[in-house]
Design a protein around this ligand. Structure first.
Ligand code: SAH
Length: 357
């Protein structure tokens, strides 16, 4: 019988798998503690399990940890990890220290299908979805490498990919991260950032374990937004706002609207006024992200004065706003700068595959 990858399972799924093997279900909690909190990935080391069970488990399950191919440390303490997946593909994950908490930024897909005009990952296209184990695996690897397994940390799904375009794996990963016996990250310390996939937001609103929501808005009108975020043609701004309005306020905490500032495109005082009107009666905060420029991205970062003026216009209208400080720019680990090196080769490979007779 093929072995089951244990890190792909939520605790409920592991309990069911153990019962099927004739083992007690509560062992799942013990195993979660070993794997996530203590970083023990060999059954032999799980000393509170009976020896005979350890052997049976080792027979039936494996516990894989993805290797780190490369680790870059920024002057500001931000660290970017390039992680190798089982099929040899790579994803990037970022550690952002003290903001004021420790934060891990994880990827949910290899590449991305959303095609946002200013995003480097978009240039890769979507290569594949990550599995729940691969998403949580990034946290396991970073927490282990940084010795933060027992620390309190935040997880943001803001790396490569669109989390709600890989909904089931994203939600399974949230459940594993939030599990009391594992990392026990409070759902309010987990943020799922979406380009605005409305059916996904609606599904999320019905989950029993509910992370915080961040929505990448980037423009106050559909015309402007569609030019930056192609999926706006399917899910226009009014539908996104409506879905946010229906998002359960008691559990969600404040929704964040992300807004990448692009010089001369969406950074005018009028844009700020329209944005303020749009979010007026919503309990949201706006996160302004000055563009992180990159070669091949046909936009520029606005001047500091322009950024400040935009923020002030919002604040004057009662909108909670903050400007996101750019971290890890020197190692290309800042927002939207994640795209795997060697990606040109894989794009060429795809083209070659497509041209095959
Ligand atoms: N797909 C999700 C999450 C990943 S992107 C989403 O769209 O929200 C995380 C954030 O980085 C998004 O707000 C995205 O718009 C932003 N971003 C992308 N490229 C950027 C760039 N070059 N500079 C600054 N922010 C960028």
């Amino acid at each position: 019988m093929p072995q089951v990858e244990l890190t792909e399972l939520t605790r409920a799924e592991l309990e069911a798998a153990l019962l099927a093997e004739g083992l007690e279900r509560y062992r799942a909690g013990q195993i979660f503690q070993w794997v996530y909190r203590r970083g023990i990935t060999g059954f032999a080391g799980m000393t509170d399990l009976p020896a005979a069970q350890r052997a049976a488990l080792a027979d039936r399950f494996r516990i894989s940890t993805p290797p780190v191919a490369r680790r870059d440390i920024s002057e500001d303490g931000t660290e970017k990890f390039l992680i190798t997946l089982q099929d040899g593909r790579h994803v990037e994950s970022v550690f952002i220290p003290r903001t004021p908490h420790q934060t891990f930024c994880v990827s949910t897909q290899v590449g991305c299908a959303m095609g946002c005009a200013f995003c480097l990952t978009a240039t890769m296209g979507l290569l594949r979805n990550l599995t729940p184990g691969e998403i949580v695996g990034q946290v396991r690897v970073l927490a282990g490498a940084l010795d933060l397994r027992a620390a309190r940390f935040n997880v943001v799904f803001m790396g490569m990919g669109e989390p709600l375009h890989n909904y089931d794996a994203t939600m399974a990963a949230v459940r594993i991260l939030a599990d009391d016996h594992g990392f026990a990250v409070h759902p309010r310390r987990i943020t799922v950032s979406t380009v605005g996939i409305v059916p996904g937001i609606e599904r999320l609103a019905a989950e029993d374990v509910m992370p915080r929501l961040a929505v990448s808005l980037h423009a106050p009108t559909d015309e402007q937004r569609a030019a930056l975020v192609p999926v706006n043609r399917k899910y226009p701004i009014a539908d996104i706002i409506e879905a946010c309005r229906r998002f359960p306020p008691a559990r969600r905490g404040r929704i964040t609207f992300e807004y990448v500032l692009l010089a001369g495109v969406n950074d005018a005082p009028d844009d700020a006024r329209r944005l303020a009107a749009l979010v007026q009666d919503l309990h949201v905060k706006v996160n302004l992200i000055p563009l992180n420029p990159a070669a091949g991205i046909p936009f520029e970062r606005p001047s500091d004065e322009r950024i400040d003026a935009f923020g002030r216009t919002l604040a004057e209208r009662g909108v909670t706003v903050m400007v996101r400080k750019s971290r890890g720019r020197d190692i290309r680990a800042a927002c939207g700068q994640l795209a795997v090196e060697g990606m040109k080769r894989s794009a060429a490979q795809r083209l070659a595959d497509a041209l095959k007779p």
